[in-house]
Unconditional design. Structure first.
Length: 335
């Protein structure tokens, strides 16, 4: 059998196109799997800095900011790193009594003054939780910081993780106190500007402090950009947004979640599957930013923020999507 030049070129083009088609099919099958999850609203994936998938299945358009719920905690953790980088905090081990004594109510347990920034950013303050069944009463109180700091100790500071939005709200108040700027201004100047993203204003407490740890809203692309900055060890668009040391410390296990069983660093849940480590920012309802540096991968996923996403339910479905579909696909892509 003989081939003329036209036949040869057509065959070569077909051979070159086959891997690209296979890759497209791979990501399309992942999009279909995500769409089959009725709570899932949108998914965006970047690998090696390039977008490979960006899809809205239901809900708001891709350019509209959506509630990220407790992914807000990871944003506040990043602002903690920014404060350390600027010398506003001398150390992650600095205590409330040292950096923000005015926030401590007079009726608080004397041990409150010894709670460190590290205890707050890992939710190991030891105080009774303000999340879960206690959340409603907490946000109905006249002073959210004072209420959170006046709660009884149920563990010694630094002893174990007690998932509590109050810990991050206290931390946000500390960051505002030491910088002289609101948490909104800090988020816009120290993250929004270098990442090229908009950070809309969000809920404030009765004293006018922006809520630390919940109620922020970002677009899907903004979530991806934030994750990409961590994947690139603090760099984005040629700018140093956070120090490499802060990123490395954030991805080091500090404690463990009783609910999910995942390790927890500075604002990030940490997992591993098939020898691949990943960091996860997680919000109520199934809001997720996932970073897998070894695979050069960042993804953002949004879900219905009004429905729960428990580890034994929808969140478990999302973890299977990530661990069994997305991460293996990304590994295959790198060869």
């Amino acid at each position: 059998m003989t081939f003329d030049r036209r036949t040869f070129l057509a065959g070569a083009a077909s051979a070159l196109a086959a891997p690209a088609l296979a890759q497209t099919d791979m990501w399309e099958s992942i999009a279909a799997a995500a769409q089959d999850l009725s709570q899932c609203r949108a998914l965006s994936i970047r690998q090696s800095g390039q977008p490979v998938l960006a899809r809205v299945f239901r809900g708001p358009s891709i350019n509209r900011p959506v509630p990220i719920k407790s992914v807000s905690k990871t944003i506040v953790a990043a602002l903690t790193g920014a404060a350390l980088d600027r010398g506003e905090l001398a150390s992650i081990d600095a205590t409330l009594g040292e950096v923000a004594p005015r926030l401590i109510p007079w009726e608080a347990d004397p041990r409150v003054a010894g709670i460190s920034v590290a205890d707050l950013v890992t939710m190991q303050a030891g105080l009774e939780r303000t999340s879960g069944a206690n959340y409603g009463a907490w946000v109905s109180s006249r002073n959210w910081v004072a209420d959170a700091l006046s709660r009884p100790f149920v563990a010694e500071p630094g002893q174990r993780m007690l998932y509590s939005t109050g810990s991050f709200h206290i931390l946000g108040a500390v960051l505002a106190e030491i910088s002289g700027q609101s948490l909104l201004t800090l988020a816009r100047r120290r993250l929004g500007d270098p990442l090229g993203i908009d950070v809309p204003a969000w809920t404030r407490d009765p004293q006018g402090r922006y809520m630390g740890g919940n109620e922020m809203a970002l677009t899907l692309d903004a979530m991806v950009r934030f994750g990409e900055m961590y994947r690139q060890v603090g760099w984005f668009g040629g700018q140093q947004v956070l120090s490499p040391s802060w990123v490395a410390q954030s991805f080091a296990p500090r404690t463990r979640s009783f609910f999910s069983g995942l390790d927890y660093g500075y604002g990030w849940f940490l997992g591993e599957t098939g020898g691949i480590g990943y960091a996860l920012a997680r919000g109520y309802g199934g809001q997720i930013i996932c970073v897998a540096p070894e695979l050069e991968l960042t993804l953002a996923l949004t879900s219905d923020p009004t429905l729960p996403a428990r580890s034994g339910g929808y969140f478990g479905d999302l973890m299977r999507l990530i661990e069994r579909r997305i991460l293996p696909a990304a590994r295959a892509q790198l060869g």
